[in-house]
Design a protein around this ligand. Sequence first.
Ligand SMILES: [Zn+2]
Length: 216
Amino acid sequence: MSKKNCELIRDLLPLYVDGVCSELSKQTVSEHLAACKECAAELEKMNRKFSVEADKDISVIRKIKKRMRLAKVTGIATAVILAAAGLFAGFMWAVTDCTMDYEKYHLAENVYVEEDSDGRLWFCMKQNAASLSAVAWPTVSDTDGNHMGVSGQNFDKEKKSGYGITLKMFRISKLVPWDVDGKELRFEVRSDLDYVFYYDDVTDTEYVLWGEKPSA
Ligand SMILES: [Zn+2]
């Protein structure tokens, strides 16, 4: 084989490796390679180089995939944590209570005091005020107008004057429709005080239901 042939074959080798040369060229190269150690060695070198490059590509792709997986996992974890935090905050909000709106829930008609024939006093609640959403918070007022539990630090138990309740409801009850046809609820209240009242702690208003509030 002449050196000139080798030169021609080397020119063809890249095409031969890629499998894009003509049938005739392919055959010529194959025959030459079978007979020429130098060109065969050159072919092997080229193949090795290609495979190294391919490996490099694969490792780069693997790295990118790994990073994408990591980003995906981090993203999911963040979403899960945010969702959990959101649910928890929502739950905490829903189960905390707020004062029942006096006007909106018609408490003027639905909270009252009845005195029975034995002279016992009953604190009565019906409809909205007696529904599952309503929770009665009892309070006692003193003659200075302070309320136990609300302005607790000023409340003077030696000057007890009136007995009252404030109705609370879960905040969630504002969002979901709830039963307004609550059964009538009643509980006996002590009659040793001057008066019985409903207390709206938002507007700091007492609505006297029984008895008479001593004038200050
Ligand atoms: Zn050769």
